[in-house]
Design a protein around this ligand. Sequence first.
Ligand SMILES: Nc1ncnc2c1ncn2[C@@H]1O[C@H](COP(=O)(O)OP(=O)(O)OP(=O)(O)O)[C@@H](O)[C@H]1O
Ligand SMILES: [Mg+2]
Length: 398
Amino acid sequence: MIVAEGVSCVFGTQEREALAMLRAGESRAAILARTATVVALNDVSLRVAEGELLVVMGLSGSGKSTLLRCLNRLVQPSRGSIRVAGRDVMAMGTRELREFRRSTFGMVFQHFALFPHRTVLENVEFGLEVQGVARVARRQAAEKALDLVGLAGWETKRLGQLSGGMKQRAGLARALAADASVLLMDEAFSALDPLIRRDMQVELVALQRRLRKTIVFVSHDLDEAIALGGRIALMMDGAIVQDDTAEGILAAPATPYVARFVEHIDATGVLRVGTLMDPGMNPGTPGVGLPVVGPDGVLLGRATATGGVSPCASLHADMTLRQAMPTLAAEPDGVPVVDGANRYLGVLWRTAALGALARRAPSEASAWTSLSPVSRSTSSATAHSTGSRHTEPALPAS
Ligand SMILES: Nc1ncnc2c1ncn2[C@@H]1O[C@H](COP(=O)(O)OP(=O)(O)OP(=O)(O)O)[C@@H](O)[C@H]1O
Ligand SMILES: [Mg+2]
């Protein structure tokens, strides 16, 4: 839906010199010192699929708002290409651009940008009014949008009579009423107190699932980004330093800056077993304590010393680490991981789980050492093929 490539944006009088320095690899600080020109965006590329919610994160001044506004050219990029819904935004003339903005984008800001003296309904209708939509049609659209955000019944109140959270809902309703396919939300919930903010996050996710809007949501709050789910583009000094799911970022921060950024997050609620597991653990290799898999790939249990199979605990790949902790704590080294159909996927080692929590890669030496003499590097070509040898007595997986 949105494809931005190589977008740079500078503010200042010496744009050409700044861009030349930027191309030559000079730092933002050096460019600012020499040219008094701010590089707000430096060669940013971004893709947002239709119906996706992307959170743009970063410290104050990292370029989040500039990036958001470049997407519909409320801020003019200095370089780069931007395509939205298949249209070349950079090539549009003034009139075409204005029309495109109205038809495609809804914007929600931190400070609402609403009219306090108008009623709630009039505020929500405003975008449609500007578009010249007929009265009845715009009233219907506005009422539907107010209903969606839980403000039905408040239509005739003046906006000034609403609480902050309700104003925020009205702002969201206004963006929804215009039925734009792309919502650009800049710190939209920042003015709300924590409880209402969390409610709004939950509601936004639900609305997005229902309405399939494409949303770019700017926030400097990592908890909010995680709560909204989906991908996070982390910005620093006008560039995207990592673009991944919250889990991907926590599991493998791209730079020390990112690692510091995510330091305080409780990773146990974010990291998932499937990401942390060792998929290379060969289930077909004979060895006491190793997982035994049936011909259909289903986990049967662990190999016993007498060549049988004993039932064992397992973890689901989509469990969070927090949910997996009790099981992991009760096992000596590692626990087999299965999918929803109980098919064996790999092993979650305690070292990997603890290593991830300690924000470092799991040690290469980790192995099911106390239980198995078998090297983990055994060829996976034999995986599953010898499982049937271990199936008697056939035991159901736990
Ligand atoms: N209109 C402008 N004129 C000059 N400089 C600007 C302008 N808008 C933004 N900047 C500069 O561009 C850089 C990025 O600003 P931007 O507003 O995009 O940051 P942000 O990540 O949204 O920050 P915040 O979290 O504080 O909103 C900053 O250094 C800012 O000073
Ligand atoms: Mg901003």
